[in-house]
Design a binder for this molecule. Structure first.
Ligand code: C2E
Ligand code: MG
Length: 247
């Protein structure tokens, strides 16, 4: 992928957001959604963020991408509020954003236009936080009413939740997909959830694909979950339909 292509994607309307429901365990009532970016490439079709986010970070375009995603996600959130279905939306930030001095100003400006900081969850990658955690930035976001989620936590990230100002811990698919298969993984998750609850965090299981894992997630005491068992990430119109059929 060339820089000009990535730049064109961001500025030229080739990005789209899909939204994946996050539901309460065990009731399955919707608690929010996560915004997940896709690239509608003119020749290649839909390109996964796993493929292009690392390059966007490496080329220094991540700031532009984050700004686009944040604005778009907050505009959707304001539409949902207007339509009487207020919905919290999680936006994935990059570790680069959290060290960007201009980021806070941008967030302020976007919130001024779109409103609703209480409906925004800033998802920050656990692995980008370990060495030199951007505590000031996380505290600032929380002081504005934005919730902070430590994203994609896994084995080895226990210490991250000890020290960070946050509201939510999202346990990643690498761990969740092994919950029902590996007792050691289940024991680790149980300890992690207990430690997170002790700190007052809510805990989300990401990547619940089957009923056995759902049962395990419920037994361990996760607060919320997302995964293909409930629903995949969907374009906004499909999300609305999905919600309507469940109501
Ligand atoms: P993430 O934040 O951990 O998002 C969850 C990923 O797990 C999503 O992949 C979602 O589609 C996938 N997933 C959820 N449930 C299941 C399941 O039951 N089974 C399987 N196999 N997968 C499931 P996706 O959309 O491909 O995104 C991958 C990663 O790309 C995200 O991981 C996030 O780190 C990054 N990403 C996505 N959108 C953005 C963005 O707007 N900005 C940044 N900086 N990163 C993003
Ligand atoms: Mg995420």
């Amino acid at each position: 992928m060339k820089r000009f292509e990535l730049e064109r994607a961001i500025t030229g309307n080739e990005l789209v957001l899909h939204f994946q429901p996050i539901v309460e365990v065990p009731s399955r009532s919707v608690r929010g959604v996560e915004a997940l970016v896709r690239w509608k490439h003119p020749e290649r079709g839909i390109v996964s963020p796993m493929e292009f986010i690392p390059e966007v970070e490496a080329t220094g375009l991540i700031r532009k991408l984050t700004l686009w995603v944040l604005r778009e996600a907050l505009l959707h959130a304001s539409v949902w509020r207007r339509d009487g279905v207020p919905t919290a939306v999680g936006v994935n930030l990059s570790a680069v954003d959290l060290r960007d001095a201009g980021f806070q100003r941008f967030l302020d400006n976007t919130l001024k236009v779109a409103g609703g900081p209480e409906h925004l969850v800033a998802e920050v990658p656990a692995r980008g936080l370990a060495a030199d955690p951007p505590v000031g930035m996380l505290e600032l976001m929380r002081s504005k009413g934005v919730r902070v989620a430590i994203d994609d936590a896994g084995e080895g990230d226990g210490h991250v939740i000890e020290n960070l100002p946050a509201d939510i811990v999202k346990v990643g698919r690498a761990l969740v997909s092994r919950l029902a298969k590996d007792h050691r993984v289940a024991a680790f998750a149980t300890a992690l959830v207990a430690a997170a609850h002790e700190r007052g965090f809510r805990v989300t299981a990401v990547g619940v694909e089957d009923a056995v894992t759902w049962e395990r997630v419920a037994a361990i005491g996760f607060d919320t979950a997302q995964g293909f068992l409930i629903a995949p990430p969907m374009p906004p119109a499909e999300l609305a339909e999905w919600r309507a059929t469940r109501a």
